[in-house]
Design a protein around this ligand. Sequence first.
Ligand code: SF4
Ligand code: SF4
Length: 218
Amino acid sequence: MIGTGILKGMAVTARNFVGSYFDKERLITIQYPEERNPLPENYRNFPFLIYDGDDPHAGLRCVACKICEKECPPQCIYIVKSDDKKPDYMGKPQFYPKVFDIDISVCMSCQICVEVCPFEAIKMDKEFELSKRERFDALLSRKEELSKSNDYYHKIHPLEAAAVDKNLADAAAVAEAKKKAAAEAAAKAAAAKAAATKPPPVGDAASVPGKPTPSSQQ
Ligand code: SF4
Ligand code: SF4
C-alpha cells in the first residue's frame, strides 16, 4: 500500500520520542555546550605545533625546515626561519621558526603537513570551537597560539602520541648507539696511531744504536 513506509518510519520516530523519556539509550541528543560527546581518536581539525617539556619556546620541535610550507596544498602556512639557534629542551642547538602562521580560513584539514614533517613537530588538533567575529587577521593562528604541549597531544590522540613517542625514543637510541660506536672507533684509531709513533723505551739495548748487545760481543 502506498505510504506504508512513511507510516513505519513515523512509528519508529514516535517510539524513540516517547521511549527517550524513559530509556537514556534512546536519547541521542545532548545539552551542548554543557555536555559533550567524546570525539573519536582519529578526529582531526586544524594543525598545531608540539613542544616537549614545559617551555613552549625551548621545547618547540619545529626547526623551521619549511617542508610543510612547501607541501601545503592551499599554501596557508607561513614560516620565517630564525637567524640564530636556540637550545632545544635537551640542550641541543637548533633553528626555530621566528614566525609560524596558519590561516585557518584557508586550511582544508588535509593533514599533509603532518605527514611530511620529518620531526613529528606538527599534528592535527581536535579543537573545533574556533569561530571569530573578525574575518581576516583573527583567522590567522600564530606560533604562540599554535604551540601546545606533548601532554596535550597525549590527551587528544593517546594511541597516536604513544606511537610517536616510541618512534622518537627508538630513533634517539639508534643515534646514541651510532655516536657511541663512532667514539669507540675513534678512540681505537687514536690508540693505534699513538702505539705506532711511540719512541722506544730508554735503556732498551737492542734498540740503542752503537751499543753492543750480548750476542754481538761473542
Ligand atoms: S592540514 Fe593541509 S591545508 Fe591545513 S595547513 Fe596542513 S597541509 Fe595545509
Ligand atoms: S612543522 Fe615540521 S615540516 Fe614544518 S617547518 Fe616545522 S619541522 Fe619543518
